[in-house]
Design a protein around this ligand. Sequence first.
Ligand code: ZN
Ligand code: ZN
Length: 327
Amino acid sequence: MVTMKFLAIFGLISLLSSTTLNTNDSEPSLSTTELIQPPVETYLTKNVIVLVIDGPRFSETFGDSSCQYIPHLAKDLAPQGVLFTNFRNNGKTNTNSGHAAITTGVYQSIKNDGTELPKYPSMFQYYLKKTDLPKEKAWIVASKGKLNILANARKKGWFNSYMPSDYCGPSGNGSEYSADIRTWDVVLNKLEIDKPSLMLINLLEVDTRGHSNDWPNYIEAIKRTDEYAFQLWEYIQNSDHYKDNTTLIITNDHGRHIDGRKDGFKEHGDRCEGCRQIYMLALGPDFKQDQVVTEEFEQIDISLTVAKLLNFEMPTSKGRLITPLFE
Ligand SMILES: [Zn+2]
Ligand SMILES: [Zn+2]
């Protein structure tokens, strides 16, 4: 995949049109330098999918030098993208706060039971407001029902406005938890039918097996999500609609306690290194390939970077652009 960037010299166009249309001779004429705007960068990315694998500990993913539980991520996907090994949840290390940090670009301590909306608008809302696209073009599909909070925001002017479509939990109505295999059917269906240009997916099984203190099934769940991530990238590559214009970001909402801390891998939610450290792997037509970045970036940087790719603004984001992604 050859990455290319196009520079559109809108400044020149505005200079020409101003010259043509300005017939009011009493106005002082503007100098050329005042009229020319900086070039606007546009990207090949037209669609962004964020896959959030819920709660694997870094020591069982890329922190394990053999990457034995994530063969596809390590051997098939990472060589095609940029891997961030010092990626962080620097806020509250729970499901809803972690996901909300990803979608809003702000760390907020929000209740983890699905009864509290994020305060700030998400990338979905900013995107739909900017583009005026129908809500079917922005989808949240989550195994955890409580993640339907990601579709809305409390902030004045955004509550119940510009909301994306969501299907969270087994019935899609924001209650209970669904097996990932059922969530995956919904994901494939939405990709096929609605062809969203912005999508977030949550897969829960790693987290729930961890909470069950079931090490073998926790590991099996990490392997299964590795398969899902690979399937998703394969789907994109085999789709006329998504191929070569789609960015895929794979990350986590939080890690789990390091061994020796409280219950170890069984729980998460504090500030220990095991809970904070996650990974981000990003693949897409505008990104470098086969790069590993050890510089620290964090969850709140994701939505601002998505906004840059899809050409909208996130004025409430506290994140920064993840510049090492780009050529
Ligand atoms: Zn959990
Ligand atoms: Zn911890």
